[in-house]
Design a binder for this molecule. Structure first.
Ligand code: MRU
Length: 364
């Protein structure tokens, strides 16, 4: 397994979070290694499905939509790994690769949504393609389409969500739901970027987001490079900051939204929603339709990833917990729909949040 580091651009608002470079037969998946931010901007090239699997598992690429896009491109790498001897060879390699990628992370449904799409195209095109190379080209086209659609959905989420943000407001967010978590522009941060582009002055409070600090490392980095004022706070400070009247809205992303609106997002989001309710501050979830899992009636069925305790005991290289002490490290929690003021999608804002409202917006 090899990963080639390449340095990339450090300025400019548009992020190339994850993309494909080269032809279907010889290209690679290029992604920003988010574990290195904010101290280093580094892009890595993944030449095979295993390096993409490792990148997702280790959070080099993370955030629900970005995981889906990375997996779709990873499936193309996997489809060619046994060579192009026959259409069946490519189709079978694709099946094995998507099965492998499905094991990378359990909570973000965008991963499974994107891989389902790749599998469907693989099965349908295997019957139609006139060569193995044509099948591979078709798979790459589908992955690129997923990436482009995600860009468009993020822009639309930004447009709808900006209407909910008032001039001069303080907005609190948790984790990173920005361009780094999507193809570009983000979901929760898209709302803030779009409000700022409309000329509204917004001050963002970014929870640092223990244990891996996606808020401090990534959200603050994204806001700073767009010149949007941001104050990083420890997660435990959110309620106090609300009580001081600094926050008029909360906007967060989601990893999986059940049919009734219960929303899984980075651990700590539920606590933020409770604090927002106690202070009568609107709490919004911003997510594309690819983040909804209508097969799950409610959030109790959403699988919650448990990660290595060392992320808690040895965060960023220093031991902070005595040896032998028990640690629990769920990566996500589920905010009940009743605490969510609205869900901002690319199709519009679902408010109030209900099973019927979600179905009407997504399927109507
Ligand atoms: O563990 P992570 O960093 O992948 O968790 C990411 C989040 O929880 C994001 O808020 C979520 O994926 C929304 S991204 C637009």
């Amino acid at each position: 397994m090899s990963v080639e580091p390449t340095t990339g651009p450090t300025v400019g608002p548009t992020l190339e979070t994850v993309g494909w470079v080269g032809s279907a037969g010889e290209g690679v998946v290029r992604l920003i290694d988010q574990t290195r931010l904010p101290s280093e901007f580094l892009q890595i090239d993944c030449p095979d499905v295993e390096t993409v699997w490792e990148a997702i598992t280790m959070l080099r690429v993370r955030g629900a939509p970005a995981i889906g896009v990375a997996a779709a491109f990873g499936a193309v790498l996997g489809a060619r790994r046994r060579g192009l001897a026959s259409i069946e060879t490519v189709r079978d390699a694709l099946r094995a690769s998507t099965a492998r990628l499905r094991t990378s992370r359990p909570t973000a449904v965008n991963l499974f949504w994107a891989l389902d799409r790749m599998d469907r195209v693989g099965e349908a095109e295997a019957a139609l393609a006139d060569s193995p190379a044509a099948l591979l080209d078709r798979l790459l086209l589908e992955a690129k389409t997923i990436e482009q659609e995600d860009r468009a959905m993020c822009r639309a989420i930004g447009r709808h969500g900006a209407e909910l943000i008032g001039q001069g407001q303080g907005v609190l967010t948790h984790c990173n739901a920005g361009g780094l978590a999507t193809s570009d522009y983000g979901t929760a941060l898209a709302v803030i970027f779009s409000a700022a582009e409309q000329g509204k002055s917004v001050h963002v409070y970014a929870d640092e987001t223990r244990p891996l600090l996606q808020g401090a490392r990534l959200t603050a980095w994204e806001l700073q490079r767009r010149n949007i004022p941001v104050t990083v706070i420890c997660d435990s400070m959110a309620a106090q900051v609300m009580k001081e009247g600094r926050v008029q809205a909360v906007v967060v992303g989601a990893d999986r939204i059940a049919a009734n609106g219960d929303s899984a997002n980075k651990i700590g989001t539920y606590g933020v929603a409770l604090a927002a309710r106690a202070h009568e501050i609107p709490f919004y979830v911003a997510a594309p339709s690819s983040t909804f899992d209508l097969a799950l009636p409610d959030g109790s069925l959403i699988p919650i990833e448990e990660r290595d305790p060392r992320e808690v005991t040895h965060g960023f290289g220093r031991q902070t917990v005595p040896d032998g002490v028990d640690v629990y490290n769920p990566a996500f929690d589920v905010t009940p729909a009743r605490l969510i003021s609205g869900i901002i999608t690319e199709k519009g804002v679902i408010a109030p949040v209900s099973t019927e409202g979600i179905r009407a917006m997504l399927l109507g």
